[in-house]
Design a binder for this molecule. Structure first.
Ligand code: NDP
Length: 463
């Protein structure tokens, strides 16, 4: 018989997705550029090999799949995807579906969805482990094409309360956009945790072994999440070679593949303020300036960093993370709202929070509360939802204390301070942009609005 679905690209993610699909009872045909990888994959598939059809040519791949064919691409994002589509298309018929499951830039997905009939772009999160046992899937493109592949994608996805974390987000590049913002938030969550780690290590003089149980404790509370959970495990881990703490032997230079940067770039295009995510992207960029950081320390000396006894408690730090996280997600959903309007996607905010509740890297207990808050009022800033407003009232003091104490002692906490500045600006009815407007009018006659009169285009008498 014919396979239910096909998959091209048996790399880290593709291999795991294919096994997951086979395990859920679907027959799958697979293809890999390097044919030996295909053979090896089938050899190592064990009992699941019975549902896997290895193929060595696109003709054979396409011929082995039931109509309308559904073929997943799991290859590096960018030109490789276009090249695979171009090579595959001659073998396909009307109604066949190509699913790009890589981390595409959503602009590429928009273009491909417009050019290639039956093309859909889906964001897949959860790393290799998620791909194997249940990722979070953010679908985009033609709803009709999505509904034809949804049974497979829903079967392999993670579940939250029995509900699959696989949903259609919107047309065109909507799925890949939501995945991009997911990754931007992931950068911010990771940076917030790294800042808390820095305060404990450099400010409080704690060892990795001492930090691990703190993360563990936080994981039992409001901050319960995959990233806090693995941070506890990371802090507890030892290097097999040296016996030292794993964290203490890892170079402090962060890699990135671009999705955080894309989030910041798109936010700038849309005029959506996401300073916490931007701070996280900048922090990775600064981490890459290793030589300059060494030169900086040689010239200026390291900042003192050590905190006086009792200056800050672990409870303050936990509060800072809770408040920072809420503020960061408020910004992320604000960006999603702005994109939905600008691109006419009709994104459903609660559905996004729901699809992130399990399987993906940013999964957390808080996302369920966010889904509930967004069901009540999808366009409302999350900080205004009663449950989060309450949490912010409770934890604002800890955020303020952490940020100010850290800054006083030269501990860099750029994401936490960005969160605090946003919070303070967003609760300020009378800000300082009147000065900006005055300057713009002074040097460029741009005009301003007045507090005491309706209308616009007023000018100052600047002499
Ligand atoms: P890998 O590098 O592990 O695998 C890449 C696959 O693409 C291999 O099968 C490779 O075949 C194939 N390939 C590479 N170049 C070409 C080419 N020029 N022509 C045809 N086939 C090619 O990548 P991943 O599985 O990690 O990533 C795949 C996609 O998934 C990326 O878009 C990535 O961003 C995304 N992603 C990755 C996650 C992760 O945690 N790794 C998480 C979520 C998304 P060959 O064996 O011949 O080299």
């Amino acid at each position: 018989g014919h396979s239910d679905i096909g998959l091209i690209g048996l790399g880290t993610m593709g291999a795991m997705l294919a096994l997951n699909i086979a395990e859920k009872g679907f027959a799958i045909s697979v293809y890999n550029r390097t044919a030996s990888v295909t053979d090896e994959f089938v050899t190592q598939a064990g009992d699941l090999a019975a549902r896997i059809t290895p193929t060595k040519e696109f003709a054979a791949l396409v011929g082995s799949i039931a109509r309308p064919r559904k073929i997943i691409l799991m290859v590096p994002a960018g030109p490789v995807v276009d090249q695979q589509i171009a090579e595959l298309t001659p073998f396909l018929e009307d109604g066949d579906i190509i699913i790009d499951a890589g981390n595409a830039n959503f602009h590429d997905t928009e273009r491909r969805a417009a050019e290639v009939p039956g093309f859909i772009g889906i964001g897949v999160s959860g790393g290799a482990e998620g791909a194997r046992h249940g990722p979070s899937i953010m679908g985009g493109g033609s709803l009709k094409a999505w509904s034809l592949v949804a049974p497979v994608l829903e079967a392999i996805a993670a579940r939250y309360d029995g509900q699959p974390c696989a949903s259609w987000m919107g047309p065109g590049g909507a799925g890949h956009f939501v995945k991009t913002v997911h990754n931007g938030i992931e950068y911010a969550d990771m940076q917030l945790i790294a800042e808390a780690y820095g305060v404990m290590r450099d400010g409080m003089g704690m060892t990795s072994a001492g930090i691990a149980p703190v993360f563990e404790g936080w994981n039992a509370g409001r901050l319960r999440s995959y990233l806090i959970e693995i941070s506890a495990q990371i802090a507890a881990a030892q290097d097999a070679e040296s016996g030292a703490s794993m964290l203490d032997v890892i170079l402090d230079r962060a890699g990135q593949k671009g999705t955080g940067r894309w989030t910041a770039i798109e936010a700038q295009h849309l005029g959506a303020p996401i300073p916490v995510i931007e701070a996280a992207v900048a922090a990775r960029n600064i981490s890459a300036k290793l030589e300059e950081r060494h030169a900086g320390q040689a010239r200026f000396g390291a900042s003192p960093k050590a905190l006086p006894e009792g200056a800050l408690t672990l409870e303050d730090l936990e509060s800072a993370l809770i408040a920072g996280k809420i503020i960061c997600y408020a910004q992320g959903f604000d960006l999603l709202n702005a994109a939905s309007g600008a691109f006419d996607w009709g994104l459903t905010m609660p559905a996004i929070a729901e699809v992130w509740r399990a399987g993906c890297i940013i999964r957390s207990a808080m996302l369920d509360d966010m889904a509930a808050a967004l069901r009540e009022a999808p366009a409302r800033n999350l900080m205004q939802a009663p449950v989060f407003a309450g949490l912010l009232r409770t934890h604002e003091a800890g955020l303020r204390k952490t940020a100010s104490v850290a800054m006083t002692h030269g501990l860099p906490v750029p994401a936490l301070t960005a969160a605090l500045a946003y919070f303070d600006m967003m609760r300020t009815a009378r800000g300082t942009a009147n000065m900006i407007q005055a300057q713009r009018d002074f040097f460029g006659e741009h005009g301003f609005e007045r507090l005491d009169r309706a209308g616009s285009g007023f000018h100052g008498d600047w002499g």
